[in-house]
Design a protein around this ligand. Sequence first.
Ligand code: KG4
Ligand code: ZN
Length: 358
Amino acid sequence: MRILGIETSCDETALAVMSEQDGRFVVEQNILASQAKTHAKYGGVVPEVAAREHAALLFPLLHQMDLAPDGKDVDAIAVTSGPGLVPALRIGVELAKTLSWVWKKPLVAVNHLEGHLYSVWLDTAPAFPALCLLVSGGHTELILMHGHGHYEFLGMTRDDAAGEAFDKVAKLLGLPYPGGPEISKAATTGNPCAIDFPRPMIDSGDLDFSFAGLKTAVRVYLASSPPLAKGRPGGVEDGRPGGVEDVAASFQQAVVDTLVSKTLQAVHKTKPRSVILSGGVSANRLLRETLRDNLHAYSTEISFHAPDLSLTGDNAVMIALAGLFKAKRGEFCDPLTLVADPNLRLGSPGLQPGCSPG
Ligand code: KG4
Ligand code: ZN
């Protein structure tokens, strides 16, 4: 089977063609145009601007792809139908519906979060039950995957997502958007023990997260200290932790400690056979390494999976991959009635509005 994937839920315009050959997944084509520079001047993604850019980019990108004009070389089309920014989602959904109708190819609606989870399936097949830590700009969730398409929610953030906290703290530190990569870069020369930021909800007894208070702790710290110098890593000449780098490293350590602690609590509760880390924040090296090492120390029987760095952020390969699995289960939707749903829930795939299994 060969499938075209389309992703426009936020600020990446992405198209990919994937196929399954002899049980292996092959990325045949993969195009991604990031709008990050456009949104950087606003300090975050502006939904209407994102939608306009998707609309301007999608057709030229589609033309760049090596595809027959009548679509005869693809068997199905997969598109992100939610969650995400509704004006942005709509552009991809309408293109997918049009292609499905004109090419007479079945349409698969993919949940963006499901796409992130499936990004690891490109080169591995985690054993079920798989415990998933999904960390992105809009989501921080612990999900137990009992099998393909079977999800159980264990916990989620009650306020800011982990990526959102990285972006907001970066803004406080005067670092550009997106903040995650900037903070982790600054943190490499900072002292993670310089400032004792809170590890929110670490002993709450449930598997929920909260990052708004941590962001406020950084704000309060900055407000109560003289302007920070850059490039003074770990500087304590004035008796105080110094520099943007120390704040970045201490904040990053607090987020990583919290995510890893909660994930291990979930491992203890659910006894999974594998752990999957995915979403944009899974690009964070400290998080990848700390989670892998702590899991290994807990049990060598549980395998650890994280996507290739090229697939941590939003992309269409993961949408095509999740779409392939859904197509194989016959979970198609009606190209006339599918609607973009900004609040689409994971958990009842094939039973979303406009979709029916089989
Ligand atoms: O999954 P994603 O590309 O988009 C959403 O679906 O939200 O995630 C984007 C988020 C942003 O908040 C970005 O700052 C964060 O992922 N991010 C990182 C890193 N790279 C990207 N956060 C921490 N460390 C990183 N290296
Ligand atoms: Zn995402």
